[in-house]
Design a protein around this ligand. Structure first.
Ligand SMILES: O=C(O)c1ccccc1NCC(=O)[C@H](O)[C@H](O)COP(=O)(O)O
Length: 214
């Protein structure tokens, strides 16, 4: 049985990081996007990323970043993965991957099967695709809104790259999500919070436990 990877996203405090690590998270995510209630400044990122042990990968989540923004996150230190959560093209993803030498994940915002198929364009440009729910036009954020998409779209789909599942997951539904989709990695943010941006250590523990039992 292969262990399902866990990414706990939108972390900003030491207790939440410790809960994710204790629960067996493979990845922890830090939002660097001022409109997000989970935004951490480069200074905070530098401080809290140090808490993460080497076996857990640190992911910076960015939305259509320009090069100076990427450079400021690299300068903050400790990041191993860039998660691109905007409208970055395959060309831009490949550029960032080459320029930084770091792992690049491209988020695919999913509503229909066509959205899933669009991921094929990132083969050779990104290291992984993260399938997340498409937020409504005009929504405040492109992610982290606790929305899920129709997981059955993934049955029979052959992803062109390694992939993970995000969007509306929580301790109560993640086992079903893994059963339906066969996701090798699951990503959660609002499902382990007590309020937007406020992580709940008990919910993080419950989420990790539910995944570990799959
Ligand atoms: O979390 C945010 O505030 C956010 C804002 C803008 C872009 C992406 C954002 N989150 C990215 C994530 O990786 C979330 O974990 C993912 O969208 C799932 O979120 P949720 O449905 O709340 O679990």
């Amino acid at each position: 049985m292969t262990r399902v990877g866990i990414k706990i996203c939108g972390l900003s405090t030491i207790p939440a990081i410790d809960a994710a690590v204790k629960g067996g998270a493979s990845h922890v995510g830090f939002m660097h996007f001022p409109k997000s209630p989970r935004h951490v400044s480069a200074g905070t990122l530098a401080e809290v990323a140090q808490r993460v042990p080497a076996h857990v990968k640190r992911v910076a989540v960015l939305v259509d970043p320009d090069d100076p923004l990427v450079d400021s996150v690299i300068a903050a230190g400790g990041i191993q993965v860039f998660q691109l959560h905007g409208k970055e093209s395959p060309t831009r993803a490949a550029q960032l991957r080459q320029r930084t030498g770091l792992e690049v994940w491209k988020v695919m915002s999913i509503k229909t099967a066509a959205d899933l198929n669009a991921g094929g364009a990132y083969a050779g440009a990104a290291d992984m695709l993260l399938y997340d729910a498409k937020t409504p036009d005009g929504a405040a954020l492109p992610g982290g809104m606790g929305m899920r998409f129709d997981w059955s779209l993934l049955s029979g789909h052959r992803p062109a790259l390694p992939w993970g599942l995000a969007g509306g997951l929580d301790a109560a539904n993640v086992a079903e999500a893994i059963r339906i989709t066969g996701a090798p990695l699951v990503d959660v943010s609002s499902g382990v919070e007590s309020a937007p941006g406020v992580k709940d250590v008990d919910k993080i523990a419950a989420f990790c436990k539910a995944v570990s039992q799959c």
